[in-house]
Write a protein that binds this ligand. Structure first.
Ligand SMILES: [Zn+2]
Ligand SMILES: [Zn+2]
Ligand SMILES: [Zn+2]
Length: 361
């Protein structure tokens, strides 16, 4: 997860600003004239976010910096400035650890250097409750090995300084169209994870405020109750107290409803730029055998991660790690797509058929 400072820095650099790193949560930048105008700032921009006196308003700067984003996501093609050699790896060991294959066997056929097409999809998110949290989550897919890359932000950081624009950008549009929904699906669990933390603390504040309002109205209502209990109260006065009690109840309900609204979570996800980059990998080609069926597949050992990339599940496109194989066509499956049907207990492959024939799920 990248915070607003990193996001602002990357965005400003990408638009031609000179950015100085300061202590955590702050940055200072020299802006080209048109950038300064777009941001309503002078030549020098100094930002500080977070708690404490004199910090800048994150919401306001999200809006201002947002003006620098292109209306449509751009696809930028890049490649490494210098070709690098990926040294041979222990292919069998890499598959053992990297696949965690649960119900079949594999045999390594060969391994060699290869170039893979990677796509880094950036998604801007805003999570709003009584406070706002925002940032960028990156999802990385290796289209050549059909793998979901772990720690995409780490990989991006590791290659960033060695990238140059690709002189022959060839981004297959149909490939991008196939990958985009997968990337969007891939970003949801990460954003849900971020939202869960925010929701927890919002719920804590909601509980605290609810208790406060509750006890305030309880006192009011008990005072009204006491007055009504007085013997000497005439019919007219009693009626007045009753309607006062009813109005107080309504007021209390409205206040509690306001609180729930105030602390409820709103999540927005917006696609950002896509970076398409060709990177060297060690390709391991292997034969996977499940009962009587088999399949030849290519896996990539990623030198930046020092690990094998997990293939994506052909049922749901989450990471298929540990890896399960389907009996019929040796599809790559995650645990839940390989699980038996919860209604009838029959083994089904979610890549072969989306739903079980029994009508269950
Ligand atoms: Zn799955
Ligand atoms: Zn079934
Ligand atoms: Zn299958």
């Amino acid at each position: 997860m990248i915070g607003i400072v990193d996001w602002a820095r990357d965005l400003l650099i990408s638009r031609g600003a000179l950015v100085e790193a300061e202590e955590a949560g702050a940055l200072r930048a020299m802006l080209p004239a048109e950038l300064g105008a777009a941001l309503e700032s002078g030549e020098w921009l100094s930002l500080r976010f977070g708690a404490g006196a004199g910090s800048d308003d994150e919401n306001e700067w999200l809006d201002r910096l947002g003006r620098l984003l292109p209306a449509d996501a751009r696809v930028v093609s890049a490649r490494l400035r210098r070709p690098t050699l990926v040294p041979p790896v222990d292919a069998a060991g890499a598959l053992d650890r990297g696949l965690a294959l649960q119900n079949g066997i594999y045999r390594v056929m060969e391994d060699y250097q290869q170039t893979a097409r990677y796509y880094f999809f950036g998604f801007h998110y805003t999570i709003e409750s009584d406070e706002t949290s925002l940032g960028v989550v990156t999802v990385c897919l290796n289209a050549s090995a059909r793998a979901l890359v772990a720690q995409p932000e780490f990989v991006l950081k590791a290659i960033k300084d060695d990238l140059e624009e690709d002189p022959q950008p060839a981004v297959p549009r149909d490939e991008l169209a196939e990958l985009f929904p997968m990337a969007l699906r891939g970003v949801q669990p990460e954003i849900r994870r971020l939202a869960a933390g925010i929701e927890q603390s919002a719920n804590r504040r909601l509980a605290r405020d609810t208790e406060r309002i509750d006890s305030y109205y309880k006192d009011l209502l008990s005072q009204i109750g006491k007055r009504m209990a007085r013997r000497a109260l005439g019919a007219e006065a009693a009626e007045k107290e009753r309607s006062r009690a009813a109005a107080t109840q309504l007021d209390r309900a409205a206040k509690l409803e306001d609180l729930v609204r105030k602390y409820s979570l709103k999540i927005r996800i917006q696609p950002g730029d896509v970076l398409a980059v060709r990177l060297p990998v060690r390709e391991i080609s292997a034969r996977l055998v499940r009962k009587k069926a088999e399949r030849v597949a290519k896996f990539h050992w990623n030198p930046k991660l020092g690990a094998l990339e997990s293939p994506w599940c052909e049922g749901c496109s989450a990471a298929a790690h540990p890896l399960f194989l389907c009996d019929e066509r040796v599809h790559f499956l995650c645990r839940s797509c390989a699980a038996p049907c919860p209604a009838c207990g029959k083994h089904i492959c979610r890549a072969c058929q989306a739903r079980c024939k029994c009508g269950g799920s």
